[in-house]
Design a protein around this ligand. Structure first.
Ligand SMILES: [Zn+2]
Length: 288
């Protein structure tokens, strides 16, 4: 299994070969770079795409035209990743099931996110954006990418103290944190329930989100003992019972953490967070 940072670097190298980038990026141009043609076909509901090399050397990518356009764009990039990384497809588990995602598929998702939201174009916009899903929604429109991919990369690249949390069925599945949030040791425990009175929990129950709200840091972060004004914004995707949460501190900087905390975190969870990571957790992340 390839390291996720290595995958992200390969993707950036690949983008470099594809010539100048326009927004939104052309996924057909990415496909063409590997001799690929994209065919839009009706596939089974759970199937995103599949691809094969024809006898004449074309790389044919068949993408499910019944899915929404943004999901199709991601799927095309994912199939390009299989070809560039030389990873055989394992599409037996549905792509939206985070718990059953094989490592090779996670690598292709990381690669696809880089292609769809290229660092060079995305990072300056993140730096200029306001916090919250209004801005993330605008970026998702501009890049023609899903709110989930955009939100995850928004937090990862943010200069602020910021985290993006993905929950399924009301339980936290994945968190992407900015560099400053990581050094503040703000840790959202995977598997925890959404805090009962939080904006995220209410949005999941059908409340219409009306914008960011103050939130309680100790309800979100493990062993949180510090001050700081936390804000929360949330969106709910009913079709998959997925809740997207953005958390950020308004304070310029938080007091430094207790020194033993980092070691605890790494020993307990063994997680690494890297540039360009996508929300597809799996056992492969448990490494030392
Ligand atoms: Zn795949």
């Amino acid at each position: 299994m390839m390291d996720e940072l290595a995958v992200a670097m390969k993707a950036r190298e690949f983008i470099g070969k594809c010539g100048p980038l326009a927004l939104p990026v052309s996924v057909d141009a990415y496909a063409a770079q590997v001799g690929g043609v994209v065919k839009r076909e009706v596939l089974q509901e759970h199937e995103d795409a599949w691809s094969f090399r024809t006898p004449t050397g074309k790389y044919r990518i068949c993408v499910n035209c019944t899915h929404n356009g943004r999901r199709q764009r991601f799927s095309v990039c994912h199939e390009v990743a299989h070809e560039v990384l030389g990873i055989a497809a394992d599409h037996s588990a549905p792509s939206w099931s985070f718990s059953r995602r094989p490592p090779g598929e996670i690598a292709c998702d990381v690669f696809a996110a880089e292609l769809l939201l290229p660092y060079k174009l995305f990072k300056p916009r993140v730096d200029a954006a306001d916090m919250g899903f209004a801005a993330i929604g605008d970026l998702a429109d501009e890049f023609d990418a899903s709110l989930m991919s955009t939100g995850s990369r928004f937090a990862t690249f943010s200069r602020e103290l910021c985290a993006f949390v993905l929950s399924e069925g009301g339980r936290v599945r994945y968190t992407a944190r900015s560099a400053s949030m990581r050094s503040a040791k703000a840790w959202v425990r995977p598997g925890m329930d959404l805090p009962p009175d939080s904006l995220s929990a209410r949005v999941r129950s059908g409340a219409i989100p009306s914008g960011p709200e103050p939130a309680e840091p100790d309800q979100w972060f493990e062993d949180w003992e510090r001050d700081g004004s936390l804000f929360e914004d949330a969106r709910h995707l009913g079709a998959w019972d997925q809740t997207l949460t953005l958390l950020w501190f308004e304070d310029e900087d938080l007091p430094p953490p207790r020194p033993e905390r980092k070691q605890w975190e790494e020993e307990t969870y063994g997680l690494r967070e890297l540039d360009g990571e996508l929300p597809w957790p799996g056992r492969s992340k448990r490494r030392r």
